[in-house]
Design a protein around this ligand. Structure first.
Ligand code: ZN
Length: 306
């Protein structure tokens, strides 16, 4: 049926103005810059869905498949370690809910290192939970800036190495335990993959006070932008080696790594072998071999400019 012109005029007169329609759409689906998906070749695989599972009494894995995120119940509020990519944040909130918790029970969000794939979701998670964000001195600087510092081995990858900045970050000291409720968690500076890299150590105890030490190990991989050479930064290289030694010697009954595949976390879970007193030592040995290989390659390459 052809629509008459007077009818069109009548419809137009009653139609809401376009700006009002746009406002309604925005309210239904708020677009926050801090959850806008980051694109990279590994991002979809890293962010693939993973059902949450219990690591030990007070601790659960809540990250996607390729980027760890761990929830810890202190008895007086929750702690979350790492936030994955910006697009990982809302699925993490969903997994926390699947475990029967609510995101606004999270009091602290801790970070391993300030790269887009582990810190990218933290701004959104902090906004949604109201939690305070805690990181090492150098990590806190990078989180506030939403960018890696100039002395990060991957700094040359800019502008890729940016992520949503985090407004409220508290810097915590190396090796000083932090107390929330009945829980103590200790930041262990593990400089190397980034200047601010941090591993986190805490305990899960049963009612008979049998305790396990859990260790969230930051990346110890020698990955850099093409122009960076570890052998041009001998002081930094020494710190990297010290970090690897620290992880090897740490008390550690159950290791989780920032990339769970580095410690076969899902296989260990499937096989009922999450507890592994040798886990940290093996992780450190692999890191040491990687660093030796990398520095060896540098010495066999021509120095830039020669
Ligand atoms: Zn990284």
């Amino acid at each position: 049926m052809p629509v008459s012109l007077p009818l069109l005029a009548l419809l137009a007169a009653f139609a809401p103005p376009l700006t009002m329609l746009l406002d309604v759409a925005a309210a239904a689906e708020p677009d926050h810059a801090d959850t806008r998906p980051f694109e990279c070749s590994n991002c979809d695989g890293w962010n693939a869905e993973q059902a949450p599972f219990q690591l030990a009494g007070n601790s659960w894995y809540v990250g996607p498949k390729g980027l760890a995120s761990v929830l810890i119940d202190s008895g007086e509020g929750l702690i979350l370690i790492d936030g994955g990519l910006p697009q990982s944040a809302l699925p993490i909130v969903e997994r926390v809910a699947q475990l029967g918790f609510e995101i606004n029970q999270v009091r602290w969000i801790l970070n391993s290192h300030a790269h887009f794939d582990h810190a990218g979701g933290i701004a959104a998670l902090a906004r949604l939970s109201g939690a305070e964000v805690l990181a090492s001195e150098r990590g806190a600087e990078a989180l506030r800036a939403g960018a890696v510092p100039a002395d990060d081995p991957q700094a040359g990858y800019a502008p890729d190495n940016q992520f949503p900045p985090v407004a409220r970050v508290r810097a915590v000291a190396d090796g000083v335990p932090l107390t929330l409720g009945k829980l103590q968690i200790t930041p262990i500076y593990t400089t190397g993959h980034t200047p601010g890299s941090t591993s986190w150590q805490w305990q899960s105890c049963d009612p008979q006070q049998h305790c396990l030490t859990l260790f969230y190990a930051d990346s110890l991989t020698a990955v850099s932008s093409p122009e960076y050479r570890y052998s041009d930064h001998l002081n930094y290289l020494d710190q990297f080696r010290d970090s690897i030694a620290r992880v090897a010697e740490s008390r550690c009954d159950l290791i989780i790594a920032a990339h769970p595949g580095f410690v076969q976390l899902f296989e260990r879970h499937r096989e009922g072998k999450l507890i592994d007193a040798e886990g940290c030592r093996r992780y450190a040995e692999a890191a040491q071999a990687g660093l030796v290989r990398r520095v060896g390659q540098e010495s066999s390459e021509p120095v830039a400019g020669e």
